[in-house]
Design a protein around this ligand. Structure first.
Ligand SMILES: CC(C)(COP(=O)(O)OP(=O)(O)OC[C@H]1O[C@@H](n2cnc3c(N)ncnc32)[C@H](O)[C@@H]1OP(=O)(O)O)[C@@H](O)C(=O)NCCC(=O)NCCS
Length: 225
């Protein structure tokens, strides 16, 4: 299993999220423009500390979870993003219909802590502090995530899900070469409704290993520190 050190892209230092980054993670999510895409809820620092511990456990036991992204030059926290394993459950089981009918799709990871996860495919996502929107940072994190998934972890697929009307997030998926595959239903925000709903429509994009080429997602200068 690869070590989980920091990685550098052209403009960012990507650190595996853990307790040391909890306050920076909180800074990303304690913002109205970000929170509206996460059921409209801003987490407390204590909740984020628990989440950061879970992320750290996932890095240690499953070899991957989200990064916290820092600007090279200023060290300012830009956002959080990257990969994570997905639980083997009914919610994520909806994704099977959007992946090839092959055995690897349902294969569980052999370590069932901190949760039972899919072994051969990952989820990718991003959230930036609004002052860093419109500058390509989410795409930079996304491309680094794809490289990590395919070139380092040897995954078969990466999927990304966002509520149907999150056009900025969908644009990132397309920009980094992922293909729209269909929709699933899960708890989330629905356009025009205040409260999160249990059956919100989520758009799903997929990139299969067999379609992963430098042409669809040009490599960024990523290297272990
Ligand atoms: C989703 C989110 C991360 C997208 O951020 P973003 O800034 O729009 O996406 P990118 O960082 O890839 O930037 C792309 C934009 O920067 C521009 N850009 C500038 N320099 C660029 C560069 N070097 N490379 C790529 N794009 C660049 C692009 O043209 C594009 O502009 P546009 O939005 O006018 O079309 C951000 O809106 C966000 O944090 N939202 C809240 C959280 C959220 O919804 N997360 C997803 C939940 S599933």
């Amino acid at each position: 299993m690869p070590t989980s050190g920091s990685y550098l892209t052209a403009r960012l230092r990507l650190e595996p999220a853990g307790p040391a980054n909890a306050r920076d993670l909180w800074l990303v999510h304690n913002d109205d423009e970000v929170a509206r895409w996460y059921d409209g809820r801003k987490p407390s620092l204590q909740e984020v500390e628990q989440q950061a511990q879970f992320m750290s456990d996932s890095w240690r036991l499953h070899g991957v979870h989200k990064w916290i992204a820092y600007d090279h030059a200023s060290s300012e926290v830009v956002g959080r993003g990257g990969l994570s394993r997905t639980p083997v459950d009914d919610d994520w089981g909806q994704i099977y219909a959007l992946l090839p009918s092959e055995p690897w799709v349902r294969e569980p990871h052999d370590i069932d802590q901190p949760f039972t996860a899919h072994a051969r495919w990952l989820e990718i996502g991003w959230a930036l502090r609004p002052k860093f929107w419109g500058l390509g940072y989410a795409s930079e994190i996304g491309r680094a995530g794809l490289e990590y998934a395919f070139d380092i972890l040897g995954m078969e697929a990466v999927v990304s899900c966002t509520v149907r009307h999150n056009v900025r997030s969908r644009a990132v998926m397309e920009r980094i070469g992922m293909q729209y595959a269909g929709e699933i239903r899960s708890r989330g925000v629905v356009q025009g409704l205040e409260e999160a709903q249990d059956d919100a429509p989520f758009a799903v994009c997929v990139l299969l290993r067999r379609d992963w080429t430098p042409d669809v997602a040009p490599r960024s200068p990523i290297r272990p520190r």
